[in-house]
Design a protein around this ligand. Structure first.
Ligand SMILES: Nc1ncnc2c1ncn2[C@@H]1O[C@H](COP(=O)(O)OP(=O)(O)OP(=O)(O)O)[C@@H](O)[C@H]1O
Length: 239
């Protein structure tokens, strides 16, 4: 497989995903850099999770291509989070560390439980976790192995204010060294952290914008989102 252009981790070229005659993704072309925060916005059903699934390697393209830098390591926090229901939080993390060949797994798992406030639910089975604790565990799993790319699918759902603040602090650190692709509807929470904005509609990317120099706030991000839709609707009318 050929590699993406220099300084790029991932390149999608005219990629489409079709399932049961339905276009989940249509002719997506983009290059993704080695670090920064890409915020993916779009209405319900626009194709955001489908895009993350292709990037995570769990969904295959029907047409077009996706190229990864050969040594790229990817962490994925799916929506909804996915655990073995009969395992405790501690067992789930240990199993994941084992599957991902994490070095010094016991220590790494203890650290993750401390970092994400999971010590108090250590012996609770995952099937009985509240939404916020499911998100904590899912984040801890995504961050356990060393990765280059973090795919976060609606990670902020169910977060309490303290967890939200901690998550945003961590995101600020992570995006300095990693590529973070974050799907969300909570624009106000991440606007100032955004480096690139993608807006999706009907399986297509209708806006790809570099906002690194804009220091974009919540209103700015909402305006960008709405403008993308208006332009898309006008293009549809004139087509
Ligand atoms: N395996 C599949 N077969 C058929 N259709 C599917 C399949 N997976 C997803 N879809 C459809 O593809 C569309 C895009 O779904 P996706 O989950 O990617 O949207 P989304 O932008 O993440 O939505 P939301 O904001 O509601 O989470 C939806 O209409 C969904 O029903």
């Amino acid at each position: 497989m050929t590699e993406p252009p220099q300084n790029m981790l991932i390149e999608l070229d005219n990629l489409s995903v079709i399932r049961q005659g339905h276009h989940l993704l249509q002719n997506i072309s983009m290059s993704l850099p080695t670090q920064g925060l890409v915020v993916v916005l779009g209405a319900n059903g626009a194709g955001k999770s489908s895009l993350l699934r292709v990037l995570a390697g769990v969904s295959e393209a029907t047409a077009g291509s996706i190229k990864f830098r050969s040594d790229v390591r990817i962490g994925w926090m799916p929506e909804p989070a996915c655990f073995f229901p009969q395992l405790t939080v501690h067992e789930q993390l240990l199993l994941w560390a084992d599957l991902q060949a994490v070095e010094q797994a016991q220590t790494a798992v203890e650290q993750m439980m401390t970092d994400w406030g999971l010590v108090g639910v250590r012996n609770q089975t995952t099937r009985h976790l509240s939404l916020g604790y499911r998100q904590r565990l899912s984040l801890a799993m995504a961050l356990l192995p060393a990765v280059d790319v973090l795919l976060l699918d609606e990670p902020m759902n169910g977060m309490d204010p303290d967890l939200m603040q901690q998550f945003k602090n961590r995101l600020t650190e992570l995006k300095q060294r990693h590529l973070v692709i974050l799907v969300t509807h909570l624009m106000a929470e991440v606007s100032v952290l955004s480096d690139w904005v993608l807006v999706m509609q009907q399986g297509q990317i209708i806006l790809q914008q570099d906002v690194r120099t804009q220091n974009i706030d919540a209103v700015g991000l909402m305006n960008l989102y709405q403008q993308a839709f208006q332009q898309w609707q006008q293009q549809l009318k004139s087509a």
